[in-house]
Design a protein around this ligand. Structure first.
Ligand SMILES: Cc1cc2nc3c(=O)[nH]c(=O)nc-3n(C[C@H](O)[C@H](O)[C@H](O)COP(=O)(O)OP(=O)(O)OC[C@H]3O[C@@H](n4cnc5c(N)ncnc54)[C@H](O)[C@@H]3O)c2cc1C
Length: 316
């Protein structure tokens, strides 16, 4: 085996980052997908997990994942890494993914690289840092490389794999059950995709003056997630969970549309690796145009409705 990938899942569906990690893992060699599930939950996920390019699937069952969260997940992955000796363990970059990765790296004395946007067959990674001002190439020199990769960094091919499936059960030692999760309240979800997973993100900033309706209308026509600058979230115009940037979420979609956002370095840090960036801003000198592939100098309240009107007329 060459690469282990952690396949995220929630509410019976598998995150698309699993297919992306598998596509990266394939460059290294055979790919084993790992599902960390509650007992009995794994069978229902096998088909969805097989839409990634995986050669084998390990379903690790434990009631500890629900009650002891990251502690249990990191311990289970640590055992697998020690047992299987992969060349790399790939995990989607999220705050949870990075915490799990860090714990596994410490426990297995492995090198770790977080927020990579690319990895090659020799485990050399690429990171985009300081708001995209620098591109860093780095490699882990330990036998196992623990790497977290930003979602949407690759267009995963659509495949149907027929992996061998292995089930194992896992449980924490009593002494490791120091922290127990007593209650989890899932955030109320709208119909839009999750920000960090979305292929398209339409974001609004201070230029919206608090009116996100045109931003949301365009997002819905494009099947996009809605993001916001910190100026917009600090003003209470949009929830902080939608903030993009240094102190918000990092997104790397195929298309990022910035509406009424100046393009401060802290905002760019969270979106600069997007494949195509479109900016709509009434100030032609706004720094967002420095990173935009396409720009419209104009009032977003005039531009967005026209764009939405055109898109609505598209043949489906
Ligand atoms: C430690 C630290 C961390 C930070 N983290 C983040 C972060 O995670 N994310 C983040 O976004 N920011 C972050 N910031 C804040 C950042 O520095 C900027 O203040 C913020 O990004 C500005 O948001 P904005 O572009 O919406 O507002 P502004 O900078 O005020 O820009 C508004 C833009 O809208 C344009 N505009 C106005 N009206 C219209 C209109 N009708 N049509 C079209 N354009 C219009 C203006 O020309 C202007 O360019 C951080 C700052 C610090 C110090």
């Amino acid at each position: 085996m060459s690469a282990l990938i952690l396949i995220d899942h929630q509410d019976g569906s598998v995150a698309k980052s699993g297919a992306e990690l598998a596509a990266f893992g394939k460059r290294i060699g055979n790919v084993t997908g790992v599902l960390l599930v509650a007992p009995g939950e794994g069978d229902g996920l096998v088909e969805a997990a097989s839409s990634a390019e995986i050669d084998s699937l390990v379903i690790v069952e434990s009631s500890d994942f629900k009650e002891h969260g990251i502690t249990a997940m990191a311990k289970a992955l640590t055992s697998l890494v020690k047992d299987r000796n992969p060349k790399a363990l790939l995990i989607a970059s999220s705050s949870r993914g990075k915490e799990i990765a860090a714990r596994v790296a410490v426990a297995t004395e492995s090198g770790i690289i977080t927020d990579a946007i690319d990895i090659d067959g020799d485990r050399k990674t690429t990171q985009s840092v300081f708001g995209g001002s620098f591109t860093v190439s780095s490699s882990v020199t330990t036998p196992v490389a623990i790497v977290t990769i930003r979602p949407s960094s690759i267009d995963a091919p659509s495949v149907t794999s027929t992996p061998s499936v292995e089930k194992i059960s896992f449980s924490l030692a009593d002494s490791e059950r120091a922290v127990k999760i007593s209650k989890v309240e899932p955030a109320v979800k709208g119909g839009r995709p999750e920000l960090t997973e979305a292929k398209i993100v339409v974001s609004g900033g201070r230029g919206t003056n608090g009116d996100f309706k045109p931003v949301e209308a365009l997002a819905d026509l494009l099947g996009a997630a809605v993001g916001a600058s910190r100026a917009a979230t600090d003003a209470g115009w949009y929830p902080h969970t939608h903030q993009v940037g240094q102190t918000g979420k990092t997104v790397s979609p195929q298309l990022y549309v910035a509406c009424g956002i100046s393009g401060a370095i802290q905002h760019r840090a969270g979106m600069q690796t997007s494949k195509t960036i479109v900016a709509i801003n009434k100030d032609a000198e706004a720094p967002i145009f420095d990173v935009a592939d396409f720009g419209v100098v104009g009032d977003l309240f005039a531009v967005l409705p026209q764009a939405s009107e055109r898109l609505a007329k598209r043949p489906s």
